[in-house]
Design a protein around this ligand. Structure first.
Ligand code: NAD
Length: 343
């Protein structure tokens, strides 16, 4: 692998400089914060290139990833395109010998993850995905308290984002572009949950309902599912349920509910609650959550490339949430539980 004397020697770029959440701008700022040097931006929408140039006058802009790879000696590329382009663009960059970070989700299918991992190994380059939310304050806090024993050993986790809402007219509502209703926040929720569950995954069951919103959203037959559910069994005896719904009006508690042998821990963006059964009866504790430390993602990438420190978000780790969502879709179609390939 190429050696770097310092983070400033690592030339970085992004593919996709979208307007929705200014996420590529955020990537370049975070990469700079970790000491790396922005040099290139590519987007197939020509109107985005002057925006990138105004934000980062030091970068060269390109009309495609292919043009960027031919015209720039960028070392590390962040792929910030819609989900269906993560794997193709990443593989093109990896095959050109560049390190790659994809935005989440890592990819849509397990096969895409396998192909990306094979390309990274073949070219001896680094591959990761932007699980910046690995360091969200609420999950850092939950991991510390739950691993510290506040609810006893974890039995199961339910992760959910439910509401009765018409999907918006944007690519996130297209199943072929987004991957489906599970793939946006589901990638984050699964990654949160996997930090709290031990053991290997054994099998996945999926349920999906489609058709309620389809006629009302611009994507018609290609509209995401109205609701989807993935249930994962672990060899530790634990299980994990993910439910994402646009047809469920029932209020839920928080983003993740973690049930342990002595009680339940509810994770919300602004507050944690632990309800336990002690000798004297029910005890409820709650508190604020600390600030997130998402900057640690690119700090880790730079430290990995410069000092050889272990990569936190490895591609094999990044494949686990994708494997769950991919198997859930296949299981829903097949109407039966499916064994995992990767635990
Ligand atoms: N980690 C987070 O917290 C977080 C937050 C927001 C978005 N995201 C992720 O960021 C990614 C991008 O989302 P967004 O909201 O910025 O989308 P967006 O639609 O605003 O931007 C996507 C950009 O990619 C460009 N593009 C599409 N195909 C391309 C290609 N083949 N080559 C070059 N450019 C191409 C488009 O022209 C557009 O400018 C998604 O994976 C999304 O899930 C992550």
């Amino acid at each position: 692998m190429k050696q770097y004397g310092s983070a400033a020697d690592i030339k970085v770029g992004v593919v996709g400089y979208g307007p929705s959440f200014h996420i590529a701008r955020h990537h370049l700022h975070e990469m700079k914060r970790a000491g790396m040097r922005p040099v290139a931006v590519a987007d197939i929408d020509p109107s985005r290139l002057p925006v990138a140039k105004a934000d980062f006058p030091e970068v060269e802009t390109f009309p495609s990833a292919t043009a960027m790879l031919a015209g720039s000696d960028v070392d590390l590329v962040a792929v910030c395109t819609p989900h269906n382009m993560h794997a193709p663009v990443a593989i093109e960059c990896l095959n050109a010998g560049r390190h790659v970070v994809t935005e989440k989700p890592f990819a849509i299918t397990t096969a895409e993850c396998d192909a990306m991992i094979a390309a990274a190994r073949a070219h001896d380059v680094v591959l990761s995905t932007y699980h910046n939310r690995h360091w969200d304050g609420w999950i850092l806090n939950a991991v510390e308290k739950i691993r510290g024993g506040i609810i006893g050993d974890v039995v199961r986790i339910e992760a959910h984002s439910c509401g009765y809402r018409r999907p918006r007219d944007w690519w996130r509502s297209s199943k072929s572009i987004s991957g489906g209703i599970l793939y946006d926040w589901g990638a984050h929720y699964l990654e949160y949950a996997l930090q709290l569950l031990d053991g290997a995954m054994v099998e996945v069951t999926g349920f999906m309902h489609w058709g309620h919103w389809a006629s009302q959203v611009m994507y018609g037959d290609d509209t995401n599912e109205d609701e989807a559910c993935a249930i994962v069994r672990f060899d530790s005896g634990q299980w994990l349920t993910l439910i994402m719904s646009n047809i469920d009006s029932t209020p839920r508690r928080g983003m993740l509910e973690v049930t342990g042998r002595r009680g339940t821990f509810v994770i919300k963006p602004d507050e944690w609650t632990a309800t336990t059964q002690d000798a004297g009866g029910v005890v409820q504790r709650r508190g604020p959550v600390p600030h997130g430390q998402g900057w640690r993602f690119y700090q880790n990438i730079a430290d990995h490339l410069v000092k050889g420190e272990p990569l936190v978000i490895t591609p094999e780790y990044a494949r686990r949430p994708i494997h769950i969502m991919d198997l859930a879709r296949q299981s829903a179609v097949a109407g039966r539980t499916l064994p995992v390939t990767y635990g």
